[in-house]
Design a protein around this ligand. Structure first.
Ligand code: GLU
Length: 449
């Protein structure tokens, strides 16, 4: 395997996040590959790490001052053994091929775990929606869709949101797709609930994360009520994770954005959460304003190149990183362990570095990997697709109970596969193994394509 990995790395140079995702995935597979030689015989790992195709395109647009702007657009269609490509679009200045390839690779196995039959993909642009007017965001989305529309479709590839892409952006992209193709189909998920979107899709990733964590905690006879929780991020995932934690009577004492983090020793209540949601979604402001508004809340700015994130250095029971990849490093993990953390479940994709995961696992912390713990979002995207194709809308209760069932299923499948392959209690190994087997078997059935 080390030789295979080296080959993959040198074929994909300068893609550190992609290498990291592959290496971690590969570390879970040793026993599976030994037990089932057919996967090696069919070169499944080599085939799985080579995307089906990657589309890269120019996105020209004109800003409100009449100046021409150029961004780069991407769609990585990684694997469609289980169904049409499915995965979000990320609009953020940090977007590059390495990040999108790691996200698309993770998405293959995340989607496999949801039991909704979907392949894996991811896309986006280095466009920064921050500080742009509504009109500029619309013009950009339309130009982006002018090219993307040639490559997607309800049976081919169904994008959704991710960082920087929410209901507003999905709306503008959907409008442009409809205009170009003259068809009204469920080609994107995360649509407005009045025109094809699923109830509970906005909440699904955050709620699913907490449902998954509840199932993990059940295995050690604990529950969330009354526990102190650290959350990072203040976007879609963090907001709804905090909402669910408040509903379950937990005390959330932190959240953050790109400028810094808030420590609120009194805990976030419903009123304070409303303030955060308004601040981030409507006013497009920064978390520092929360400290000015609520007594005992302290804002700490991010210092460039800081060695660790002080957000993770507070006494607490559970941690839910929900900002972005690699936001918990080795020092952060050491701090979490020293502060008595018993569970860390990833709301963001690949929240932890490999070193951080090893520290958490060695200390006996329950670790929920993103491809399992944050799969609720894409799972409800799958439910949105089912509703679209049957021209039906399900109620909040129906979607919520399906989401809970899916998270339970992902939890149990991950735990069972971990145990079956000698990694008892290690959700990351179990999730990787279960996802791999499902995709690999489908690839073998479908021949060399
Ligand atoms: N971007 C989300 C994820 O990382 C959702 C993808 C989707 O709904 O297609 O899973």
């Amino acid at each position: 395997m080390p030789e295979t990995l080296q080959k993959i790395f040198s074929r994909n140079p300068n893609e550190p996040e992609f290498h990291q995702a592959i290496e971690k995935f590969c570390s879970s597979l040793k026993t599976v590959l030994l037990k089932h030689p057919k996967y090696t015989k069919h070169c499944i790992f080599e085939r799985l790490t080579e995307p089906d195709r990657i589309i890269i395109f120019r996105v020209p647009w004109i800003d409100d001052h009449g100046a021409l702007q150029i961004n780069r657009g991407y769609r990585v269609q990684f694997n469609n053994a289980l169904g049409p490509y499915k995965g979000g679009l990320r609009f953020h200045p940090s977007v590059n091929l390495s990040i999108l390839k790691f996200l698309a690779f993770e998405q293959i196995f995340k989607n496999a775990l949801t039991t909704v039959n979907l392949g894996g993909g991811k896309g986006g642009s280095d466009f920064n929606p921050k500080g742009k007017t509504n009109n500029e965001v619309m013009i950009f989305c339309q130009s982006f869709m002018n090219e993307l529309s040639r490559h997607i479709g309800q049976n081919t590839d169904i994008p959704a949101g991710d960082i920087g892409v929410g209901g507003r952006e999905i709306g503008y992209m959907f409008g442009q797709y409809k205009k170009i193709r003259n068809e009204f189909t469920g080609v994107l998920t995360g649509k407005g609930s009045g025109w094809g979107g699923s109830i509970l899709r906005p909440e699904a990733t955050g709620y699913g994360l907490i449902y998954f964590s509840q199932y993990m905690l059940e295995t050690i006879g604990e529950n969330i009520e009354g526990k102190i929780c650290l959350v990072s991020g203040a976007g879609n995932v963090a907001q709804y994770a905090i909402e669910k934690l408040i509903e379950l009577n937990a005390k959330v004492i932190t959240f953050s954005d790109s400028t810094g983090y808030i420590y609120d020793e009194d805990g976030i209540d419903e009123e304070k959460l409303k303030f955060i949601v308004r601040l981030k979604n409507v006013d497009k402001g920064y978390v520092v304003d929360y400290a000015g508004k609520f007594r005992n809340a302290v804002f700490t700015p991010i210092i460039p190149n800081q060695k660790s994130n002080p957000l993770w250095d507070h006494k607490a029971n559970y941690a839910f990183p929900s900002a972005t990849q690699n936001e918990v490093n080795q020092i952060d993990a050491e701090n979490l362990v020293r502060n008595g953390i018993k569970l860390l479940a990833e709301g963001s994709n690949m929240s932890c570095t490999t070193e951080a995961i090893n520290i958490l696992l060695d200390a006996g912390v329950l670790y929920g990997p993103g491809k399992a713990s944050n799969a609720g979002g894409v799972a409800v995207s799958g439910l949105e697709m089912s509703q679209n194709s049957s021209y039906m809308s399900w109620t909040r209760e129906e979607v919520n109970s399906k989401l809970k069932n899916i998270m339970k299923n992902i939890h149990d499948t991950s735990l069972m596969h971990a145990e079956m392959y000698g990694a008892k209690g290690r959700y990351m190994d179990g999730a990787n193994i279960a996802g791999f087997i499902k995709v690999a078997d489908a690839m073998i059935d479908q021949g060399v394509v």
